[in-house]
Design a protein around this ligand. Structure first.
Ligand SMILES: Cc1cc2nc3c(=O)[nH]c(=O)nc-3n(C[C@H](O)[C@H](O)[C@H](O)COP(=O)(O)OP(=O)(O)OC[C@H]3O[C@@H](n4cnc5c(N)ncnc54)[C@H](O)[C@@H]3O)c2cc1C
Length: 249
C-alpha cells in the first residue's frame, strides 16, 4: 500500500500495476477470516491485486520472471520480495531447533529445553491454543511486537535468576500492529493471540490517528533513553488508553 501511495503521489497510479503474492490463504491468517478479508479489501481498494496461496519457487532476474510452486509464472519490472526465513546456523548447531527449524520454547516463560537458555522473537516456534479450523493448528506469528514483549519478560526472568528473587513475568500473547495504508492513513489490529477458542484480534477502522501512532511509536523506539523518549512514551500510552488499547512500551 505504501508503494501504491508512492506512485499515486507521483501521478503514476494508472500506469503501474501492483500485485501482492503470498503463500498464505489470506492476509494475517492467525487473526481470522473476517480480519483477513478486511485487510485484503484495504489492498484491493487501492488497486493492488492480491494472490493468496502463491509460494515463490524461483526468481529468474535475467528475464524478470517469477515461478510459483503451483507452476504459475509471472513477469515483473520491479520485485520487492521477502527472502526465505530460517534460524541462524549457530542456533541450529547449538541443538536448539526442532523439526520445524525453529526453537521450541515455553509460550509464557520463553525458556528453551536447554538449561538456562531462553529464546525470543522470530527464532522461536510457539504453538497457540486457539484455532479457526479444528484441524488446522496455529503458530504465533513472527512480529517485532512479540519479540519486544518477550524480551521484557526474559530480561526480568534472568534478573530474578541472578538475584534469587521469584519472578511472575509471563508473556501473555498480546500484540498489535499498525497497517500503513499510504496517504498518511493506517489501520490498527490488536488483541490476544493466546485467546481460546480462537485468537481474539480486532481491526480498527483505517484513519490518520493510527498513522500518527505509528510515527510516534517509531520515534519512541529510536529515541535514546532520556526525557524525549519518556515524553513520547507517555503520549503513546495516554492515547492508547483513550482509545481503549493496551499498549505496553
Ligand atoms: C517486510 C516486513 C515487514 C514487517 N512488519 C512488521 C510490523 O509492522 N510489525 C511487527 O511487529 N513486525 C513486523 N515484521 C516482523 C519483524 O521485523 C520481526 O518479527 C522482528 O524483526 C524479529 O525480531 P528478532 O529480534 O527476533 O529478529 P531479527 O530482527 O531478525 O534480529 C536477529 C538479529 O540476529 C542477527 N544474527 C543472525 N545470526 C547471527 C549470528 N550468528 N551472530 C550474531 N548475530 C546474528 C541478525 O543479523 C539480526 O540482526 C516485519 C517483517 C518484514 C520482513
Amino acid at each position: 500500500m505504501l508503494i501504491a501511495d508512492y506512485f499515486r503521489r507521483r501521478g503514476l497510479s494508472g500506469k503501474v500495476k501492483i500485485h501482492l503474492f503470498t503463500p498464505e490463504p489470506q492476509p494475517m491468517p492467525v487473526a481470522g477470516p473476517q480480519l483477513g478479508a478486511a485487510v485484503r479489501a484495504m489492498h484491493e481498494s487501492r488497486g493492488i491485486e492480491f494472490h493468496p496461496l502463491h509460494k515463490l519457487a524461483a526468481v529468474e532476474p535475467g528475464v524478470r520472471e517469477l515461478t510459483f510452486d503451483n507452476g504459475q509464472r509471472f513477469n515483473y519490472d520491479l520485485l520487492v520480495a521477502v527472502p526465505p526465513h530460517r534460524a541462524p546456523k549457530a542456533v541450529v548447531e547449538a541443538g536448539l531447533t526442532n523439526q520445524t527449524g525453529w526453537v521450541p520454547v515455553d509460550a509464557h516463560t520463553l525458556a528453551t529445553n536447554q538449561n538456562a537458555a531462553y529464546a525470543i522473537g522470530d527464532v522461536t516456534a510457539i504453538p497457540i491454543p486457539g484455532r479457526w479450523k479444528p484441524d488446522v493448528p496455529l503458530m504465533l506469528p513472527k512480529a517485532g511486537v512479540f519479540a519486544h514483549a518477550q524480551a521484557e519478560v526474559v530480561a526480568q526472568r534472568i534478573v530474578a535468576e541472578i538475584t534469587g528473587r521469584p519472578c511472575q513475568a509471563m508473556f501473555c500473547g498480546d500484540g498489535y500492529c499498525m497497517l500503513e495504508a499510504g496517504e498518511d492513513l493506517a489501520g490498527f489490529a490488536f488483541g490476544n493471540f493466546f485467546a481460546e477458542p480462537a485468537p481474539n484480534v480486532q481491526l480498527r477502522q483505517i484513519g490518520k490517528a493510527w498513522h500518527v501512532g505509528k510515527v510516534l511509536f517509531e520515534k519512541w523506539w529510536l529515541a535514546p533513553a532520556g526525557v524525549r523518549r519518556s515524553l513520547i512514551g507517555w503520549a503513546v500510552r495516554t492515547v492508547g488508553r483513550l482509545y481503549g488499547i493496551p499498549i505496553t512500551l
